[in-house]
Ligand binder design. Structure first.
Ligand code: FAD
Length: 288
């Protein structure tokens, strides 16, 4: 099923994310994660693309496992490290596997900026346009409520996002954020810029204090004062921090739904227990 059709239908849609293994030895482990996540009946499951794009076969295999479990799969695809012919090969293999939803991303610029020799893309918008022209895929893309870390201003970032959407994006997924007001401001600015495709709000339940600085550095997301208080109070005790992190994410989701944001993407990081707790907390609200 095309994810844009699902996201455009009435009701709350909660999706989950899994990352594929780095080597063959862990494939079965991740497949077991997929089976447990699929049992929660998320709207869809997205499967990330290894940084530097060197394990596309695992993204495809895990996406195929998601679909075999009866859940639509969204395969991530980055372009900055790959030639166009490699991207074509990945798209061919996804199509052959029956995966017809792709999240088209640039990826992070490699250290030293050594782009592949041969034809390649430098921005996600070029990949979006290419995949749409090829046909057969519903294409999502990333957006950043606080602006992408490389952008010189939010206005410029919104301008580039609009160009990406105009290239054919069917839906957007946001970078994680900890303060819902950030998302509401972003949605307002996006609408003013003429962006009206469905937007999935990205929520990450942060369940241990060690993750926090790394996540903030990688994503560029600001940690809200409310969240810092939780870390200060509970960060030293793993069980309390886990419970508080799940509660914080649940509360964020309830507030989003209450304010009409009904497409939500959970950055589950292969933590089935955490996904299960969030789904359980939302219970009747999401009809589970
Ligand atoms: P782009 O849309 O190309 O934007 C990148 C930067 O370039 C922005 O600052 C933008 O303002 C600017 N820009 C855009 N167009 C132009 C232009 N024409 N001229 C000049 N500047 C321009 N990474 C992975 O490696 N694997 C994954 O699976 C993965 N999944 C992700 C999922 C989500 C939901 C998100 C939010 C991010 C994900 N990432 C993943 C990280 C992503 O690859 C990085 O954030 C990357 O730095 C930017 O990717 P993008 O697709 O947003 O790039």
């Amino acid at each position: 099923m095309q994810i844009v059709t699902l996201l455009s239908s009435p009701g709350v849609h909660i999706s989950c994310e899994v990352f594929p293994p780095k080597d063959f030895a862990k494939v079965d482990e991740v497949k077991a994660v997929v089976a447990d996540i699929a049992a929660l009946t998320p709207a869809y499951v997205s499967v990330t693309y290894g940084a530097a794009g060197n394990t596309p076969q695992f993204t495809r295999e895990i996406a195929q496992t998601v679909q075999a479990a009866g859940v639509p799969a969204l395969a991530h695809l980055t372009c900055v490290n790959d030639t166009i012919s490699k991207i074509d090969a990945v798209l061919d293999s996804l199509q052959a596997a029956g995966v017809d939803n792709v999240l088209a991303l640039r990826g992070d610029i490699p250290e030293g900026a050594s782009f592949p020799s041969g034809d390649h893309f430098t921005h996600a918008a070029q990949l979006v346009r290419y995949v749409k022209a090829r046909g057969g895929f519903c294409v999502g893309a990333a957006c950043y409520p606080e602006g992408h870390p490389e952008a010189t201003s939010r206005a410029q970032d919104m301008d580039f996002l609009k160009r990406k959407v105009d290239a054919g994006v069917d839906f957007l997924t946001t970078q994680l954020f900890f303060d819902n007001a950030t998302l509401y401001h972003f949605m307002y600015r996006a609408l003013r810029a003429g962006i009206d495709v469905p937007v999935c709000a990205g929520i990450m339940p942060v369940i241990n204090a060690r993750q926090i600085k790394r996540i903030a550095a990688l994503s560029g997301a600001t940690l809200s004062p409310r969240f810092w208080s939780i870390v200060d109070r509970f960060g030293g005790d793993a069980a309390s921090m886990r419970q508080a992190g799940v509660a914080y994410a649940t509360e964020q989701i309830i507030d989003l739904i209450a304010n009409g944001v009904e497409n939500i993407h959970l950055y589950t990081m292969n933590r089935v227990d955490v996904a299960r707790d969030v789904f359980r907390n939302l219970g009747v609200i999401i009809g589970k």
